[in-house]
Design a protein around this ligand. Sequence first.
Ligand code: 4NP
Length: 154
Amino acid sequence: MVKILFVCLGNICRSPMAEFVMKKLVEEAGLSNCVYVESAATSAEEIGNPVYPPARRELLKHGIDCTGKAARQLRRRDYPQFDLLIGMDRANLRAMQRICGGDPEHKMRLLLDFIPRGGEVADPWYTGDFETTWQDVEEGCRGVLAEIRRREGA
Ligand code: 4NP
């Protein structure tokens, strides 16, 4: 079992999009029994809140339902529980390291580290551009799936 935790600032836009895109890709690949996916926030701002409506609509446009997701905050005890902790931008990575007390097992990555072009996932919070975020997230998650297949020999 590979356990993946996607992380962003609020856990209401980017990381839940990644969580639900990844779950769909994993399901389509027939790997639901070997991959566990969740998402969390670095901030406490949105704890308990559902996915932000424009992000929810973007997922729905692509046939993905994220009903039931409530934002939760990353905790230090998540670190030993997950194999990969994947941030959306560099500020997320710094906050993740602060919360978890570093990254001694080198499990922390940026989502777009899994694709050749690299970079940070577009933050839709101020731009309102959820489509570009979708594209980044979808491409990144496909890269994560490829990495899992390599690791698992699946
Ligand atoms: P997310 O988006 O980190 O992708 O979930 C944001 C959510 C909330 C805030 C910023 C970004 N905020 O400032 O409250």
